[in-house]
Design a binder for this molecule. Structure first.
Ligand code: GUN
Ligand code: ZN
Length: 435
């Protein structure tokens, strides 16, 4: 039997990028709004008074006065096995990997441990309002089996992959070009396209893969439809220099990936900070995406992402927390970091732009805009009930706002996971702050 629910609250979602489209085409805000959901999918979004006039028989009505409904947040770059290295202070990227990250990732060969952390990670993601993420596993396929099993239990739209890494890391974490190909292939056959799950071919970054391994990564992309390619690129100046030394025949960092057939629709390059103009043009031309990870870039001292350049060239861009290089799983915090990075770069983004990046922008970067990221009819009903009065300070400050844009600014600058009152997955409550 079909089941319908009308969620009554203020509603905000994006139809286009507010940085380039006129306001009336970029976003829709309805103060006395409602969202009609049937069997896990969006049926309509609009004025409550309009929708209430024509409800399906037996439709349940949920009244949420003072609350704001937005699409679920999308994290376009995060490492679930790195929860335990979060807040590891004192070093930059390459030393941080050696000191903190590699030893932690070793533990994910143990299935029980991987199950526990995957379960905790997904519950925390939901309580922070993240409903879809592009996620790194570790080099051990066990880490990905554990992650997908837990995501499947929760009916989540998630993308994950096993790290491919056959050089320049501790011996205990290395695979080989051939074993990484075979292990990735087995995981793809087991998980890709199951329920809401997709697989990402995941070479860690150019320095930890031989050319043979990158070639096999490209071969996997050719062999299966709809796979993602997920890696890091041009995050830290020393890393960029190292890549030049290792790959002398490629003309740039992006060129290394390009030379191995790794660019294209559904390829996501995390960080992408230190790039030449030609690389930006090539990213755009190949319809590749980038993950802007401002929290991590500040914490690891990596540099300031050039969001204006991404916008000018039309490169699809999402936000990434990059935990554990990043400092929080919270996309509200990440929006605040993005705002601060944009201020430091003289590019000052609006709160609307930040919420776009965390929702429709992320969906576009993952080529999932026909499933998630907005309240378009037919999309999957993954959304959030936000409480602008979650703390006394928030209640005081949000009470003074006059426009939705001001309110979004308050939520992103002062908000955190306490603002996420409910997280809804395919129409069902998957997290309730007060329950
Ligand atoms: N580059 C290669 N591996 C990593 C990682 O685990 N985190 C970050 N931030 N950058 C990387
Ligand atoms: Zn990362």
């Amino acid at each position: 039997m079909s089941s319908s629910v009308l969620w009554k609250a203020s509603v905000l979602h994006f139809l286009d990028d507010p940085a380039s489209a006129p306001a009336e085409q970029a976003w829709e805000y309805v103060e006395n709004g409602a969202l009609l959901v049937r069997d896990g999918y969006i049926v309509a979004c609009g004025m409550a008074s309009d929708l209430q006039g024509d409800l399906p028989e037996g439709c349940e009505i949920k009244e949420l006065p003072g609350r704001l409904l937005v699409p679920g947040f999308i994290d376009t770059h995060v490492h679930y096995p790195q929860l335990e290295v979060l807040a590891g202070c004192g070093v930059q990227l390459l030393d941080w990997l050696e000191q903190y990250t590699f030893p932690a990732e070793k533990q994910f060969e143990n299935r029980d441990y991987a199950d526990q952390v995957a379960s905790f990670f997904l519950d925390q993601s939901l309580s922070h309002g993240t409903t879809t993420a592009l996620v790194f596993g570790t080099v051990d396929p066990t880490s990905v089996d554990a992650f997908f099993a837990e995501a499947k239990k929760r009916n989540l739209r998630m993308i994950c992959g096993k790290v491919m890494m056959d050089r320049n890391a501790p011996e205990y974490l290395l695979d080989t070009a051939d074993s990484s190909y075979q292990d990735s292939k087995a995981l793809i056959e087991r998980w890709h396209g199951v329920d809401r799950l997709s697989y990402a071919v995941t070479p860690r970054f150019a320095p930890t893969s031989t050319p043979e391994q990158l070639t096999l990564a490209g071969q996997l992309l050719q062999e299966f439809d709809g796979l993602y390619l997920h890696t890091h690129m041009s995050e830290n100046p020393k890393e960029v220099e190292w890549v030049q030394e290792l790959f002398t025949t490629s003309d740039s960092y992006l060129g290394v990936y390009d030379d191995h057939g790794l660019l294209g629709k559904r390829s996501v390059f995390a960080h992408s900070i230190h790039l030449c103009d030609h690389s930006w043009d090539r990213l755009a031309e190949s319809d590749s995406s980038v993950a802007f990870c401002p929290g991590s870039n500040l914490f690891l001292g990596s540099g300031l992402f050039n969001l204006s350049k991404a916008q000018e060239t039309g490169v699809k861009t999402g936000l990434g927390t990059d935990v554990g290089g990043g400092t929080s799983l919270c996309l509200l915090n990440t929006m605040k970091d993005a705002y601060q990075v944009s201020q430091l770069s003289g590019q000052s983004i609006s709160p609307l732009q930040a919420f776009y990046l965390a929702t429709l922008g992320g969906a576009r970067a993952l080529h999932l805009e026909n499933r998630i990221g907005s309240f378009k009819p037919g999309n999957e009903a993954d959304f959030l009930v936000l409480d602008p009065t979650a703390t006394p300070m928030l209640a005081f400050r949000s009470g003074k706002t006059k426009t939705i844009e001001e309110l979004l600014g308050v939520l992103m600058v002062m908000g955190d996971d306490r603002v996420i009152e409910q997280t809804i997955i395919m129409g069902q409550v998957a997290h309730g702050r007060d329950s």
